[in-house]
Structure formats: structure tokens, C-alpha cells
Write a protein that binds this ligand. Structure first.
Ligand SMILES: [Zn+2]
Length: 254
């Protein structure tokens, strides 16, 4: 089989796996939020403990068919599940439409890790080390395979992403006497830096900051509140948006 067709087959399977990977991300995020152990175990209803049947494991469709309720105990299943499943499919579709074939699978891996990190950060304000480390290592592996000539840029990106945020954090603590950003954000930006390289970091931070400000302004307007020093949002999802935008579309030119 010619390499092009082989790659298409691999990419097709990766794409078809996306809703199920979304289910795994949703279940993993829910387990992390509830403090349960990571790892694979048969899926069951968190409310009544009943094992889920094959039909109940079909992403999105099962949630819609069951109208968001468990068949055993009628406990409602959080909307996070179908949303994260759709998000994982969205990552694959976006990657398929924008990326060259040899980067499709890698782009999905990046997008799914960012999706998982964002989902967990929104719920718990934490970014698990295992996921930020996986993001950094997969980014460096990608660079070693497809971008050997500029591998150093990606390595520097990982280090600079981490150090920039640690520095901002220490300065902020000095000035305000309280924590602004968690160390998890630094590790996340390090992981993103491994993917986009040191030259992509300024654009990533710019997009992240701009989208965070826009989000805070719009949500506060909708709720009719004013913005004060106590306004705080999980910053991880915005860094994820910035990193994704720069990976898919390249750096901004000023
Ligand atoms: Zn149940």
C-alpha cells in the first residue's frame, strides 16, 4: 500500500476514535474532580453504581436518547459528558480541515490533551501534572519526528513557557501578596511551548490574555456585575485556546 493511503487509513481510525476518546476524557475529568482513582475500570453510573451496557456507552447519542438520565436510577448525567465528547470530535474535524495529513494524528493528541486539561481546570482549578507532562513530552516527540532541524526551538519553548509564568507568578505574589496564577499554568504553558516552539509563545500568551479579558468582560456584563480585583477565572482553558490557535494557524505577525 502506498504511504499516502496508509496514512489516510491511520488518520481515518484516529478520527473515528474521537467520540470515544471524548468519553474517556469526560469520565477521567469526572473521576479527577471527585477524587477517585485514575485508570481504566468498567464504566458505571456514579449515582447507583450500575454497570453501563454497550448501548449506554455510545457517545452523545446515548445521552440524547436517555434524555440525560441514568436508566437505572434516573439520576441526571451532567451535560459535561456530551459537551466534552462533541469537543473531542470538534478537535478531530478542525484538525482534518486545517492540518496536513502527516500532522493530523499529532494535532488530535494535542487538542485532546488541551481539552482534558481545560475540562479539569474549569471544574477543579487544577491542572494535573500527568497531563501537562504528557503534553510536553508529546510535543517534543512530535518535534523530534517531523521538525528535527528546529527541535531546539521546541525544547526552549517548553523551558521558556514554564519559566515565564513562574516569573510572572513570583512578581505578582510580591506585588499583591497573594497567588494570581497556579504553578499548573506554568507547566501548561511549558507543555504548549513544546508544541509551538519558543517563537510561538508571545502569540499564545497574547491570544490567551485577550480571550480571557473578553470572557470576563462579557460574562460580567451578562450577569450585571462589575469587575474587581477579586474576579478570577481558570486561566488554563484560555492558554489552551492560545496554544491551539498558534499550532493550527501559526504565530501572529505584529
Ligand atoms: Zn444510576
Amino acid at each position: 500500500m502506498p504511504p499516502g493511503a496508509e496514512m489516510f487509513t491511520v488518520n481515518l481510525y484516529v478520527g473515528l476514535a474521537s467520540p470515544f476518546i471524548g468519553s474517556a476524557i469526560a469520565a477521567g475529568a469526572a473521576r479527577f474532580a471527585s477524587g477517585a482513582a485514575w485508570g481504566l475500570s468498567p464504566s458505571s453510573c456514579p449515582a447507583c453504581g450500575r454497570r453501563l451496557g454497550v448501548l449506554e456507552l455510545i457517545p452523545v447519542v446515548s445521552w440524547v436518547v436517555q434524555r440525560g438520565k441514568c436508566r437505572g436510577c434516573a439520576a441526571s448525567i451532567p451535560r459535561d459528558y456530551p459537551l466534552i465528547e462533541l469537543g473531542a470530535v470538534g478537535v478531530a474535524v478542525w484538525a482534518w480541515l486545517t492540518m496536513p495529513a502527516h500532522l493530523f494524528a499529532a494535532t488530535c493528541v494535542m487538542g485532546w490533551l488541551l481539552l482534558a486539561l481545560s475540562a479539569i481546570d474549569i471544574r477543579t482549578r487544577r491542572l494535573p501534572d500527568v497531563l501537562t507532562a504528557a503534553l510536553a513530552l508529546s510535543g517534543l516527540a512530535m518535534a523530534a519526528i517531523v521538525n528535527q532541524d528546529r527541535f531546539i526551538e521546541h525544547l526552549l519553548g517548553a523551558m521558556a513557557g514554564y519559566l515565564v509564568f513562574v516569573t510572572i507568578e513570583l512578581v505578582y505574589q510580591r506585588l499583591r501578596g497573594r497567588d494570581g496564577l497556579g504553578r499548573g499554568d506554568a507547566k501548561l504553558l511549558g507543555g504548549i511551548g513544546a508544541w509551538i516552539g519558543i517563537t510561538g509563545l508571545p502569540s499564545c500568551i497574547f491570544v490567551a490574555a485577550l480571550s480571557a479579558i473578553a470572557w470576563v468582560v462579557v460574562t460580567n456584563m451578562l450577569r450585571g456585575r462589575t469587575i474587581g480585583g477579586e474576579t478570577s477565572v481558570a486561566f488554563g482553558p484560555f492558554l489552551a485556546v492560545g496554544g491551539w490557535a498558534v499550532w493550527v494557524y501559526g504565530s501572529l505577525t505584529f
